[in-house]
Design a protein around this ligand. Sequence first.
Ligand code: GLA
Length: 724
Amino acid sequence: MPIIYIKDKRRFKLDTLTSSYIIDIFDGGYLLNIYYGKRIDEDRVERRLRMRNASFSPVDPKMGEGEFSPDSAPIEYGSDGAGDFRISALKICGDSGDSVTDIRYRSHKIYSGKPSIPDLPSTYVNSDDEATTLEICAADEIKGVEVTLVYTVFENYGVMTKSVRIKNVSDKCVKIERAMSLCNDFPTMDFDMITLYGRHAMERNVERRSLSHGLQGVSSNKGISSHCQNPFCALVSHGADEDNGEAYGFNLVYSGNFSIMAECDYNDSTRLVMGINPDTFSWNLSPDEVFYTPEAVSVYSYNGIGEMSRTFHRFYNNNLINGKYKRSERPILINSWEAAYFDIDEQKLLDFGRAAKELGIEMLVMDDGWFGHRNDDKSSLGDWFVNENKFKNGLSPFIDKVHDMGLKFGIWFEPEMISPDSDFYRAHPDYCVHASGRTPMIGRNQYVLDVSREDVRDAVWKQMDAVLSQNKIDYLKWDFNRYICDADSATLSKERKEEFYHRFILGTYDLMNRLKTNYPDILFENCSGGGGRFDPAMLCYSPQIWTSDNTDAIDRLKIQFGTSMCYPASSMGAHVSAHPKAPFSTRANVALWGSFGYELDVRKFTEEQKSQVKEQIADYHKYYDLIHYGELYRALSPFDGGDKAAWQFVSEDKSECLLTVVCLKEQSYERFIYKFKGLNAEFNYKDEESGKVYSGEYLTVFGLDLRNEVNHLYGSKKWYLKKM
Ligand code: GLA
């Protein structure tokens, strides 16, 4: 059994493919976080109660003077104010006004399968035998709250998920001030922390720092997960690299304000907490009401950071991404944005479509600019009806023409926004997010629509539904182009104002659910000025996300390397654009590492480019499964400052391999012997280009000398090897 309860020790042991996790019910009902690390078969793990230097830390008098201090013990779900001074996972303010919170074990249950979380996206099981769940119910008797810690382990991966349910069992209202999804106490602080920082058009750069005493971490308070930090963090052993060392990866299935904090204390131990950002959150819970935290995903690898990432990729492809396009091939698209920006009309798009179809492109996506009177970014968000100056006969006849060409058709929306210059705003000025008495800030000339309100969601959905039900639409790009401030909603009482940000994101999820439920066949791509909302929660709704507004292939290397820390290739929208820095072939080689498409004026291709495009499209089809569902090896990272960047995909059955190398220096003739990774030593592989045959062992141990292959600035090359 992947989860067992050892009765005489009052101990839970949770095993995944790679890891074990041990929780003890200690005296007094304290829940202790005894072990998380490499899978172990025995259960005789010592409790480390870490008493060192704890003389100032209060002890629980019921447990004997000097015996036990919550401050120096590894606590499973640390709470505020009852003797544990480290950053806490839980803080609840009761009717008496104090926020001392102390939860103790009450009961537990273990069952097959995995529960979903009401109103929140989460990972899922395809069948109940894939996972086992443990629910531990703990309670603060004084406050009258029950806190249920929910753990699910997946036996086929090194993956565990955690979430928390808080129920008010008292007869008074309580206020939740912190409710983190994950709390982990490690007995050491010998870790590096890896996080993904960035900005618009340069998302998810890899940043690595050694943990030090005190607090450190990342967060968002921008209303969305944001370009600037991602809800991901890894704790890795010092010196861990792609192939060696321990790596714990943590990812929050949430798109709103988040916080990931590590605190290293006087015992040189580390507590990591991850969840909704408590700085911008509180939640009033009436009697009998339940609050659900988002889910946190934990991955453990003892084979380095690369294996941690591959575990996330496998898991997300099978247990997060869902719907029609989970496994079926997604059409190659041409998007109008970088080709025409707002300057689109029926004729121009039909010309794009005709030119694209000839080359083998499969879908035309009409980006921003088709609705209201939108000719720039100053108007019309919220007016989701066609601009009849641009589409004289309306949308349907135009879309029919696109379909008649044999192309699929996609459309752009930005549902959670409203332009001051729109009929929608003029009719409902109160629909925008604003704090009472203040003029709201404006971003990209737009306000945020208060989708925490159901009436507002109904109003915007009514418009979207009209477009989607009256037209045959195959794809929808859902954008979100500014951060949220002036956080308030007219419908929230004074006590509930801090609920706004979480209610907003619940509103977004509700809207996305409406889309998915009513239009399950639409291929849905998320976007937020590129990758401003690139998080696992969004992948529950859309199988792919536009990775970045930066389509320069060389900049994209860093963005894609960083994104791949936990997100699979199948989730990354990647297009060939007109950005001239890298040669056309390199632009395609880089974009192939993702959900592939084009974003430039296809009418302007030279004959040579046209024949290249045909080859690129053939490549996309040929390598689709290998790249989307294969195993990624980040061979040479652009963050390392070397001459080259390289990455490799190996198919699940190890019968195919694709290596791509991009040169990052002007003249690069240095020794470059590439030792392949992830191959089966006993297979023979044929290099498609040279026709030479090598054993997997040879390719892995000796490697191939590629020094004369890719040596001009931004040049690139692919090698495809197939089992004989
Ligand atoms: C955002 C997106 C772009 C494009 C524009 C349209 O910036 O990331 O791809 O859709 O909006 O305004």
